[in-house]
Design a protein around this ligand. Structure first.
Ligand SMILES: *Cc1c(COP(=O)(O)O)cnc(C)c1O
Length: 456
């Protein structure tokens, strides 16, 4: 044995780095931890820089103290409430704080939970509406065969999943040029005795628009007066529920509106936590049928659980609590207002560039979209601009609007904490030079067939 046999080879000269690894077959042998680390790290590096990803709503920046806390608490499982009673208590404190933020009328009589994200929270919100409807229909001796839910075609894909997985008929209210979101018009055509509820989106994924919860509720009041159907609202506040309380405090969209039965949000969007945490809070315990709660004893103690997942990270819940304590209303207001200011700075400059028309300007949630002017140069599309910006590291997705408006292509920017005004100025400079390049083409940009991409 020579001395070099006992000394590790330099990392990129080891097996696995210097040779190719199997792609799909389960590996036979082992790698040293340092090589395995390097291989995974390096491949993930090709994902691009998350901070330049202007497509996602999900947090890509947290303080170094939060990162430290994260590293120290990655081993906590949220479901082990008996072993980690402190984490469980913090979870409850978080959803109670959210109830407070969303103006719950009676903080003593409420219930909520953390989830893995808004999708799971929306499923729970939808299921509670369905169970409530079933219970009252059964009590009245009526059929529970055909539940339906009323929602805009501009909803996030989780609602299509809810309807598909839990067998509820979606009653789609189309997005049109006149009604870009659910606003209550014609609602009586969609609601009937089988309607379990109406979904209102605070911060539509496509454009950032707020659906006017108060107007939708007023329309449902009229419907109830005329027909007797008492239809409640779930507010999908994935983004807006963590923006409106700080930056649009006078907008009544939350539990101040009596028809709102439940509200969900993504802790990992404008809740400012790394992915995966979401939240749902019900107006009162009556809105979450007891039959949906499981009492689980085998981890020790009697632990009520009502989420779809069992095990999931507890660290994200602790990070949420960190943000609530660290920032408070004042800190959240400062951060979200800054994102709104950057969004409006960007949207105003993009509107000025010439070929574009704003679909929204970033004054609801800090998200806005634009389309090309109808008489714009036919040599290029927003997909070309997306490609050109990607060459410079920016991810700015172009995509079709929903349904009736599927022939309208828009491009969207989500401004998150961490897209500073300075960085935004650099983005604008890159956009301008790419637009100039595209405008200077002699003929149409060549196109490959595009696969359908989703940017929800
Ligand atoms: C992002 C989003 C969702 C899904 O949230 P996840 O946290 O990604 O599961 C649902 N609804 C709306 C309006 C969203 O923006």
């Amino acid at each position: 044995m020579t001395a070099t046999d006992r000394i590790e080879l330099p990392v990129f000269a080891q097996d696995g780095e210097a040779t190719s690894l199997p792609g799909n077959e389960f590996p036979e042998g082992m790698l040293s931890p340092s090589t395995a680390y390097q291989v995974v790290h390096d491949e993930a590096m090709l994902d691009g820089n998350s901070r330049l990803n202007l497509a996602t709503f999900v947090t890509t920046y947290m303080d170094k103290e939060a990162k430290l806390l994260y590293a120290q608490t990655v081993d906590k499982n949220m479901i082990d409430k008996d072993e980690y009673p402190a984490t469980a208590a913090i979870e409850e404190r978080c959803w109670r704080m959210l109830g407070d933020l969303w103006n719950l009328p009676d903080p003593a009589d409420t219930i909520g939970t953390s989830t893995i994200g808004s999708s799971e929270a929306c499923m729970l919100g939808g299921l509670a509406l369905k169970r409530h409807w079933q219970t009252s229909r059964k009590a009245a001796g009526k059929s529970v065969e055909k539940p339906n839910i009323v929602l805009s075609t501009g909803v996030q894909v989780c609602w299509e999943k809810f309807c598909n997985y839990f067998e509820v008929e979606p009653r789609w209210v189309p997005m049109t040029e006149e009604h870009l979101y659910l606003d209550g018009h014609d609602l009586e055509k969609y609601v009937d005795e089988n309607t379990i509820g109406v979904v209102a989106i605070m911060g539509q994924t496509y454009t950032g628009a707020y659906e006017p919860v108060k107007e939708i509720a007023a329309k449902l009041d009229e419907i109830q007066a005329a027909s007797g159907f008492d239809v409640k609202i779930h507010v999908d506040g994935a983004s807006g529920a963590m923006i409106a309380p700080f930056c649009q405090p006078d907008l009544e969209w939350d539990f101040r509106v009596e028809r709102v039965a439940s509200i969900s949000t993504s802790g990992h969007k404008f809740g400012l936590v790394y992915p995966g945490v979401g939240w749902i809070v019900w107006r009162n315990q009556e809105r979450l049928p007891e039959s949906m709660i499981f009492h689980c004893a085998y981890l020790g103690g009697d632990m009520p659980t009502l989420a779809l997942n069992f095990s999931r990270p507890g660290a994200q819940v602790l990070l949420q609590y960190y943000q609530f304590l660290r920032l408070g209303r004042e800190g959240y207001r400062a951060i979200q207002q800054n994102s709104l200011d950057v969004a409006q700075y960007l949207s105003a400059a993009i509107a000025e560039m010439g070929p574009f028309e704003l679909v929204s300007k970033g004054d609801t949630i800090p998200v806005f979209a634009w389309r090309r002017k109808r008489d714009a140069n036919p040599n290029w599309t927003l997909y070309d601009l997306e490609d050109r910006l990607r060459m410079k590291g920016w991810q700015v997705p172009a995509y079709p609007l929903a349904d009736n408006l599927a022939d309208v292509t828009v491009q969207r920017i989500v401004v998150r904490n961490g897209l500073s005004r300075d960085l935004a100025t650099k983005l604008l400079a890159d956009m301008k030079s790419e637009v100039d390049f595209l405008e200077s083409l002699d003929g149409p940009m060549p196109h490959k067939k595009r696969s359908a991409a989703f940017h929800h």
